[in-house]
Design a protein around this ligand. Structure first.
Ligand SMILES: [Zn+2]
Length: 170
């Protein structure tokens, strides 16, 4: 859920799936996070974009094991309506509001649950500067630097071509 949310902005095609309040609503409905007729306000869209850019920054840092103060992300997380409740058999975190804010809260909770399940460190941003896609690193030692779309090879090809060009006079 976190990966898909971060990937609503596509560096390669320079497109943004969340470019309006209506688009945010459509995205959250498609992901099954929002039902009913709730509409996103300008504040909701602002919070969604702050949350997304903060998560993206955090995922970039996960290559190096994370560990940085991210005040913008902290502020976005603090704005999410989240409550700890009793689910009959265990305490659980839940969205403490309906509508768009509640849907965004569920994305924040998913990030928390990924951390609790020790999966957070596997969420990263592809190191290929033309890609920057969020991906889940399934490698045994969490050492993958590139997404599943072969960006490591693309980078090698680019380096190879650059060397070829450097060798060709004129
Ligand atoms: Zn990539």
């Amino acid at each position: 859920m976190v990966r898909d949310f971060v990937n609503t902005t596509d560096h390669e095609t320079a497109s943004d799936e969340l470019d309006s309040r209506a688009a945010l609503g459509r995205y959250l409905r498609r992901e099954g996070l929002l039902t009913g007729s709730a509409r996103a306000t300008a504040d909701d869209l602002d919070l969604a974009l702050r949350l997304r850019s903060g998560l993206r920054r955090a995922l970039e840092l996960n290559h190096d094991g994370g560990g940085a103060d991210l005040p913008a992300l902290a502020a976005a997380l603090a704005d999410l309506p989240i409550a700890l409740t009793w689910a009959g058999s265990a305490p659980v975190l839940g969205a403490d509001a309906a509508g768009v804010r509640g849907a965004l809260a569920r994305i924040g909770i998913a990030a928390h649950e990924a951390a609790a399940a020790d999966q957070w460190w596997r969420l990263k941003i592809c190191s290929f500067d033309e890609c920057e896609w969020a991906y889940y690193d399934r490698s045994k030692n969490r050492s993958r630097s590139f997404c599943e779309y072969g960006c490591g090879n693309k980078l090698k090809t680019r380096a190879y071509r650059a060397r070829q060009r450097a060798r060709t006079p004129g």
